[in-house]
Design a protein around this ligand. Structure first.
Ligand code: TRP
Length: 448
């Protein structure tokens, strides 16, 4: 039991902080660009509100009922004598691997706050050259920013749920929403805005392909932070008066709105500058800065605020990636919070340095395996295999292993009998089967 619980608002901001991150602001716009816009957004939305939200609620309910770390949760709620189900709880280790590449992007964001203040690149070509040079050759600067990111993250976690995590989210999340609101209003005034709306909402079915569906579904998972017991762990500290259905619905809607608003802002700017949307991972670090430059003084301020917002979103997510492991070490291994935090963060930090080196000219050759560098391996392993696997674990555990009396009681009270039945059907059948098929396709076993 935790004496240390979130307040009602604190809890909602914390799970929103976990869900809203680089996935929404950095990744969603560029994969939307690469996959042709409207149809991709449609598939993403459908997945988020069916499977995604169901698993999200599943994690919340397990956390709320057991009120323990993930491993103990899966152990306590298993049938008597079936303690081995606790191993499913370990899917939080995925967080350590996500934390091996995610903070590298935070390091770049920190650097780009500095670039925005000092001097933005003046053309697309200059911008591309600048970013690639920075990533491939400036190791010292990247390592310093990476260390700063890790320090901020670890410091927050070491302060605990209320004084660390809740406090951080209470400040950074409203600030993020405010910045985005201003940027959205600004983008209404841009010539590129109507085109951005059309690009994101007009489904052009000629661009429809199975691989876009897979990316959209995978991204629905990533974007909601599900499949690795993060939401479960935060929900162990939920206050009793929180309606979990309303909380989940609110956060999922905010998550989607942030992704769409990020897309609208970025594409309005991109189309106003007559640039191409399908520019991949470099959209935010290459295309956008050069257009910010062209906007002039206002552009400089936009750039600074944009990268600050991106940093806030990413840090609140990163904090929630390590907390499940930390909570496990505290509750099951008797470690002090501080020690547990620095231990966990150090492991990710070391992997993180290796992933960073794997992008550099100097070390790439030693850190590339089967034509994928370490950075891409961490990204691929977590999103193609580990997170979906965690999603399957949760849905099978709830659907077929644990006793559902208490779950049913709480959920029917929160969302009514009918929605409960829909939820259970998705959790039992739709989610595991669909995720399994998509996983086989992703790792190349199935081809369709
Ligand atoms: N949802 C986060 C984002 O959109 C990324 C993420 C994936 C995550 N899994 C997570 C964050 C687990 C925290 C915990 O950027």
């Amino acid at each position: 039991m935790h004496k240390n619980r979130f307040s009602r608002v604190g809890y909602i901001l914390a799970i929103a902080g976990s869900a809203i991150g680089l996935g929404n602001i950095w990744k969603f716009p560029y994969i939307t660009g690469e996959n042709g816009g409207g149809v991709f957004v449609l598939v993403f939305l459908i997945t988020v509100f069916t499977i995604g939200m169901s698993i999200f609620i599943g994690e919340i309910i397990l956390g709320k009922i057991a009120k323990k770390d993930a491993v103990s949760t899966f152990e306590d709620l298993a049938p008597k004598g079936k303690r081995h189900w606790r191993y499913l709880g370990f899917s939080f280790l995925t967080g350590i691997f996500i934390m091996s590449f995610y903070p590298i992007v935070i390091a770049w964001i920190f650097h780009y706050i500095y670039v925005s203040i000092s001097s933005l690149p003046s053309s697309l070509e200059a911008s591309e050259k600048y970013f690639l040079d920075y990533m491939q050759t400036d190791l010292l600067s990247q390592i310093l920013y990476l260390s700063l990111a890790f320090f901020l993250i670890a410091y927050t976690i070491s302060k605990g749920i209320k004084k660390g995590i809740e406090k951080l989210n209470n400040i950074l999340m409203p600030a993020l929403f405010l910045i985005f609101l201003f940027m959205l209003i600004y983008s209404f005034t841009l010539d590129g805005f109507p085109k951005a709306v059309e690009f994101m909402f007009y489904p052009d079915f000629s661009k429809f392909s199975t691989s876009s569906i897979i990316i959209a579904v995978g991204h629905a998972f990533f974007c909601l932070s599900i499949g690795m017991n993060t939401i479960l762990t935060y929900s162990a500290s939920i206050s009793d008066d929180t309606n979990i259905f309303k909380a989940a619905l609110f956060v999922v809607i905010m998550d989607v709105i942030t992704a769409i608003v990020a897309g609208l802002i970025i594409f309005s700017i991109i189309f106003t500058g007559d640039a191409e949307p399908g520019k991949g991972a470099g959209l935010v670090f290459i295309t956008l800065p050069s257009i910010f430059y062209n906007i002039g003084t206002v552009g400089v301020f936009l750039a600074i605020f944009f990268f600050i917002a991106l940093a806030f979103a990413a840090i609140t997510s990163a904090v929630s990636m390590l907390e499940p492991t930390v909570m496990y070490l505290i509750e099951r291994r008797g470690m002090k919070r501080k020690k547990a935090t620095y231990l966990t963060a150090s492991i990710s930090y070391i992997f993180g340095i290796l992933a960073l080196l794997s992008l550099s000219d100097e070390f790439r050759q030693y850190l590339t395996f089967s034509s994928r560098n370490l950075f891409d391996w961490f990204d691929f392993l977590t999103s193609a295999i580990l997170m979906p696997l965690g999603g399957i674990f949760i849905s099978i555990y709830i659907g077929f292993i644990t006793n559902k009396d208490e779950i049913k009681k709480v959920l029917v009270a929160a969302m009514g009998e009918f929605l409960y039945k829909v939820w259970l059907f998705i959790i039992k059948f739709i989610a595991p089967i669909l995720i399994f098929i998509l996983m086989l396709k992703e790792i190349g076993v199935l081809n369709f």
